[in-house]
Write a protein that binds this ligand. Structure first.
Ligand SMILES: Nc1ncnc2c1ncn2[C@@H]1O[C@H](COP(=O)(O)OP(=O)(O)OP(=O)(O)O)[C@@H](O)[C@H]1O
Ligand SMILES: [Mg+2]
Length: 319
């Protein structure tokens, strides 16, 4: 919530600055938060590890529980309003202008939530209330917790995991996410189910539930205690950088060298299957140079003989 440290620039408070740049009148200055938005991570299908998934969800739940504990709510939670720090462990909320607090009069226009994170009730009567984060918070925590799972990333709709029109409905996407978060603890699936089937924000689990569930998980790496198949979470080889010949070479076959397929040539010449970088293979180059030289010499001899023959024939026919 560092972003709440905001200063409003006006003619009265910052006369020199506003005299110089008129547009800055009533501008807000706030700390710059480094990192990608959760929106970017979802849209780019960025991979996170199981431990990063758990840490991000825990950071999210901690911030939301902190707000709830203080009778506050962000009220416009969405992937675009969450910034993930470059360490992929901590999150910061931004866009805090709709913040709910019991010490303020309700604003004339209240937030109805953002697409992909909207409870049915929010659409009808807004979510400027102490329970305003319960549904969107549940979706964000579940997205973060599930994101390490390849199937979850594959199924994601776009800038949010769920398509806006399938919220609170049964779908394959829903089942995949619920099963992914169940692997950490069945309590996550139950809490998410409760939020998903709830008729009101009030009947979604309090944000403390999410924080408690995450806090109770063993501190050891997730792969050491969760019932998962580690092979599913092994670092992926970047397919687009892999040369087609590399797979055959891994199996011990010798791929044919064809001059028309530079990828195959690279593989035969010893391209690194992970990075695609060519290994130094000077012996092959030298052999190629010797063969080319021989062909060139033979061609020159042949042409010289031909030229002499033509010259002799010309001389004889002139006589
Ligand atoms: N303090 C900040 N530090 C770094 N980036 C920020 C900050 N505030 C905003 N941004 C960037 O600007 C984008 C838009 O900001 P913000 O969400 O406050 O505006 P908005 O007009 O309310 O957008 P929307 O209606 O889509 O939520 C954010 O998604 C983020 O990428
Ligand atoms: Mg925003």
């Amino acid at each position: 919530m560092r972003v709440c440290r905001q200063i409003v620039l006006t003619r009265e408070t910052h006369s020199d600055l506003v005299a110089h740049y008129e547009d800055l009148d009533y501008a807000m200055m706030m700390p710059w938060i480094d990192g990608l938005t959760w929106f970017d991570v979802l849209q780019q299908r960025d991979r996170v590890t199981l431990d990063q998934s758990r840490a991000l969800a825990e950071s999210m739940a901690w911030v939301l529980y902190g707000l709830e504990y203080n009778h506050l709510a962000h009220c416009d939670l969405s992937s675009g309003n969450v910034i993930v720090a470059p360490d992929m462990v901590q999150i910061n909320l931004i866009d805090v202008e709709d913040l709910y607090t019991p010490w303020l009069e309700p604003p004339p226009y209240v937030s109805t939530g953002s697409m992909g994170y909207q409870h049915g009730e929010s659409m009808r009567s807004g979510q400027w209330s102490p329970t305003g984060d319960r549904f969107a918070g549940a979706v964000l925590v579940a997205e973060m917790l599930g994101w390490a799972h390849p199937e979850v990333r594959k199924r994601a709709w776009g800038e949010s995991y769920f398509a806006p029109d399938e919220l609170q409905k049964d779908s394959d996407r829903y089942t995949v996410l619920v099963e992914a978060i169940r692997l950490y603890d069945p309590g996550f699936a139950e809490a998410f189910e409760q939020a998903w089937r709830s008729r009101s924000l009030e009947s979604c689990p309090p944000l403390k539930t999410w924080y408690d569930l995450l806090d109770q998980l063993p501190r050891d790496p997730v792969a050491s205690w969760a019932p998962i198949d580690p092979a599913l979470f092994a670092p992926e080889r970047p397919e687009h950088k892999r040369f087609p010949g590399a797979a055959r070479r891994d199996r011990g076959d010798t791929p044919p060298l064809t001059a028309t397929n530079p990828n195959t040539m690279a593989a035969s010449a010893g391209a690194n299957p992970r990075t695609g970088a060519l290994q130094r293979n000077t012996r092959g180059c030298r052999r190629l140079a010797v063969i080319s030289g021989l062909i060139f010499t033979i061609a020159c001899c042949f042409l010289s003989i031909l030229a002499v023959q033509v010259a002799v024939i010309n001389t004889l026919s002139a006589r």
